[in-house]
Design a protein around this ligand. Sequence first.
Ligand code: NAD
Ligand code: ZN
Length: 389
Amino acid sequence: MKALCWVGTNHLNVERVPDPEILNPKDAIVRVVLSSVCGSDLHLIDGYVPSMREGDIIGHEFMGEVVEVGPEVKKLKRGDRVVVASVVGCGGCWFCDHGSWSLCDNGNAHASIAEKAYGYSPGGIFGYSHAFGGYAGSHAEYIRVPFADNGMFKIPDGVSDESAVFVSDGFPTGFMAADMCNIQPGDIVAVWGAGGVGQMAIRSAFLLGASRVIAIDRFPERLAMARIQGKAETLNYEEVDILEALKEMTGGRGPDHCIDAVGQEADTPGALHYYDLVKQQLKIETDRPHVLRQAILACRKGGTLSIVGVYGGYIDKLPMGAAMNKALTFRMGQMHAQKYIPRLLEHVQRGDVDPAYLLTHRWPLERGQEGYQMFKHKTDECMRVVFAP
Ligand code: NAD
Ligand code: ZN
């Protein structure tokens, strides 16, 4: 089959690879219909995620059609149209039992790599390095789905492929970001990053009862989408002082909850950006935590910092004193897709949110390298490129 493979930093290639096969009785094989780029893939492409190997198939946000099931797959069958959770969870361990699917004890086939770095290993993620399981990703004609009864969800009638694909990853991530804030009626939520994840965090914050959402980014078309589709107020961090503006917009108190939907490759105007970039390139610091720093200072006393932007390793100059003395609550994590997908499919079916507007470019897999370069540099008003293998 055809697959989009990681070759090295900033280098992808469409290659012919062997078709996937059922390896375990709980596996299924899915023919990929749509597979989207995600901000997490940029960390692979930019070379910030160790344990990538030449030839690894990337991609984790996808939907398709079941073509084969192992003997222990009971809930779904050949021919079903499914959206697949981007994280791999066994459904039987303590963590899955507690709804913490991305922390599954059995989802990461290469747990020892992550254990060395993190103490304990999180679960697996499709197409996301060997430290996260070494699973082949979805930018391919077919994919093997382990623990298929837990990871695959039948797409209800009336929900299009273009809507369902984002229920795999971007929508549940944004939803979990808002859910972790424990939003109370009247609360104001600030969201850093107006990419696909940030856009879904905005919608989810309103679904969960926020009275106002303030979105922060620098790309005018992304801020416009946040305003028009998300009904958010927006701030361009290249134009205003974010701390001052947030203080003013919240009556001097600060937002109740601050969501980081940017992560380790944050951009910063001015010299600080180069400080972090140089340290990152010298591997003194692995991540650029500018948004974390800003969100800690911006957040109201006693507020929540909800982090879904991905961090990989070590950061520098985190204002921990501000966080401690302002009594902030930190919540974070790779999202628990399996916990949220059924509920989000209902929201989509009812028409509360239709994430299909994130799809700005629909391309064949052959244009993978070009698609990722466009997504990385945010040219042509690209929000998400979706490949149709
Ligand atoms: P994206 O690249 O489309 O969007 C990121 C946005 O952040 C861009 O619009 C960029 O302009 C903006 N940004 C950069 N620096 C900023 C700053 N200083 N202030 C405000 N905005 C800034 O990516 P995405 O697909 O929306 O993903 C966002 C993050 O979420 C990534 O780190 C990704 O890895 C992560 N993610 C996490 C999970 C999870 O399970 N936790 C799942 C999916 C994605
Ligand atoms: Zn993702």
